[in-house]
Design a protein around this ligand. Structure first.
Ligand code: NAP
Length: 270
């Protein structure tokens, strides 16, 4: 497995997303992923599946220190005391004494950035997480946050239909990783004629091409989600081929600048 270095953190470049997976479906998918060789799991307080992720991890027999676990604090809990309480609750559900990465899930305009960033830092000092980051932070806000805390990651929507040049530039300049969420555009890439045509001579699907395109960019990590063992295996099977510069450029031109994830509480994007 390829890794991405991010200010002290060493992140497996391909992780498993778990949004919308719950209960037995979540436990089975996480178990399958760990069996297949995934060593990076992405959950969040708001996904209501931390207990399932933790149970599957515990049952897997994979040593804790071999798995990179990320969780997120919901943006409505961005005040110091509440943020730290949220982390304690997450760890209790995960049955872990620490996570590897703790993210603030969305910015919260009503809470001073210094307060939330200070609380993330405090979570590191208390040993609750090894590293910290943010999610859904546009570039200017990310720069401000970086003045306040040593962030390793910004997790943002990123796939062939949405460029992230501004955020990527800040991440690269500051040695952070940019974690691509919805990296297969929630399934759309599988039907894409351009991606399929690029994949065909490599014997790869549109989804595998999209994931390979992400991971060939420096500092980029991807966290596709699947509930199905065969899909999880296919998403991991991207380390035996390479896209050339022309193929990378062609995929980079598919962007439409439209977001799949744009809730009412989203900030003004770049
Ligand atoms: N920070 C944030 O605000 C934020 C927001 C969104 C997502 N995320 C994170 O990013 C993760 C991934 O994003 P996402 O869940 O939005 O979507 P995604 O990973 O882009 O796409 C998931 C969809 O693709 C399908 N799929 C996966 N592999 C496939 C394959 N090999 N062949 C065919 N279909 C396949 C899945 O269905 P099957 O189950 O049938 O395979 C599912 O419907 C989330 O789970 C979450 O951990 C974070």
């Amino acid at each position: 497995m390829q890794h991405v270095a991010a200010r002290g953190a060493r992140i497996p470049a391909l992780g498993m997303g778990t949004w919308q997976l719950k209960g037995a479906e979540c436990r089975d998918a996480v178990s399958a992923a760990l069996e297949l060789g995934y060593r990076h799991l992405d959950t969040a307080q708001i996904y209501e599946n931390e207990a399932d992720v933790g149970a599957a991890l515990a049952e897997s027999g994979v040593p804790r220190d071999e798995v990179f676990v990320t969780t997120k604090v919901w943006y409505e809990r961005a005040r110091r005391d509440d943020l730290l309480r949220s982390v304690d609750e997450s760890l209790r559900r995960l049955k872990l004494d620490h996570v590897d990465l703790l993210l603030l899930h969305w910015p919260n305009a009503e809470v001073p950035l210094a307060e939330s960033m200070g609380a993330l830092d405090e979570a590191v000092e208390r040993g609750l997480t090894r590293s910290i980051g943010v999610s859904n932070f546009p570039s200017a806000m990310l720069r401000n946050a970086l003045e306040l805390a040593p962030l390793s990651v910004n997790q943002v929507e990123y796939h062939p239909y949405l460029r992230q040049d501004e955020v990527a530039a800040v991440c690269r300049a500051r040695g952070m990783a940019m974690v691509a969420y919805s990296p297969i555009a929630q399934g759309r890439v599988f039907e894409d004629a351009t991606l399929r045509a690029i994949g065909a001579p490599h014997g790869k699907s549109g989804g595998q091409v999209a994931l390979r395109w992400l991971l060939q960019q420096s500092g980029v990590v991807a966290i596709p989600r699947s509930s199905k063992r065969a899909h999880l295996a296919a998403n991991l099977d991207i380390f035996d081929f390479e896209l050339d510069a022309a193929e990378m450029r062609t995929i980079g031109q598919l962007s439409e600048g439209r977001r799949l994830i744009d809730p009412p509480w989203a900030p003004d994007w770049d």
